[in-house]
Write a protein that binds this ligand. Structure first.
Ligand SMILES: [Fe+2]
Length: 163
C-alpha cells in the first residue's frame, strides 16, 4: 500500500515554515513544477484517456512544497486497487511503492513537488518513466472506469469522485 509519512516541523507559522523532510533511504531527488492546472502525465491527446507513470524499480516520496496536487493511484495487487490522495503544501509525504500506476493533477495555480525517490542501482530511466495509456491496458481501464467500484478518497472532497 501507499503510505502518508509525517515529518518534523521545526517552525510552522504563516510567515515561516521550516521542516526537516529528509527521507533517509532516498538516493535521487526530482523536483516537479507545474505552473498551472497541469496533468502529469497528460491525458492521451487522441482519446482523452488517463495516462499513468509506473516505476518498476523506484519508490516515490512526494512532498508538496507549494500549491496542492491530487494523486490517482492504482495498484492491481492491492485489495482496493484505486485510491485518490490529496497532497497539500507542507502536508505529509506520499510514499508510492514500485509497481503502482500514478498520475497527478495540480490545483489551478499549479504546484511544486519534491520527490525524494529511492531508485535501484543501474536502472533505465527510460523504463522508469514510461507512460502507460489506460485505454490500452484492460485491467487498468476496468479499475478506473465509471462502472468500477469508486476509488477510496484520502483528503479529497467527494465531488472529485465524479471526475
Ligand atoms: Fe513517479
Amino acid at each position: 500500500m501507499f503510505e502518508l509519512l509525517a515529518y518534523e516541523r521545526f517552525r510552522d507559522t504563516p510567515a515561516v515554515r521550516f521542516f526537516d523532510v529528509t527521507v533517509d533511504t532516498s538516493n535521487a531527488r526530482d523536483l516537479v513544477i507545474h505552473s498551472g492546472p497541469a496533468i502529469s502525465p497528460p491525458n492521451d491527446a487522441a482519446s482523452g484517456a488517463w495516462q499513468f507513470y509506473l516505476h518498476p524499480h523506484q519508490e516515490d516520496n512526494l512532498l508538496a512544497a507549494s500549491g496542492g496536487r491530487t494523486f490517482y493511484l492504482v495498484n492491481l495487487a492491492w485489495e482496493q486497487p484505486f485510491h485518490i490522495v490529496r497532497l497539500d503544501s507542507g502536508g505529509d509525504i506520499l510514499r508510492i511503492p514500485p509497481g503502482t500506476f500514478h498520475r497527478s493533477v495540480s490545483d489551478p495555480d499549479g504546484s511544486v513537488v519534491l520527490n525524494q525517490a529511492v531508485r535501484e542501482e543501474g536502472v533505465s530511466l527510460v523504463q522508469e518513466f514510461r507512460v502507460y495509456n489506460s485505454a490500452r491496458i484492460p485491467a487498468l481501464l476496468a479499475v478506473t472506469s465509471i462502472q468500477a467500484p469508486p476509488p477510496r478518497l484520502h483528503g479529497v472532497e467527494p465531488l472529485l469522485q465524479a471526475a
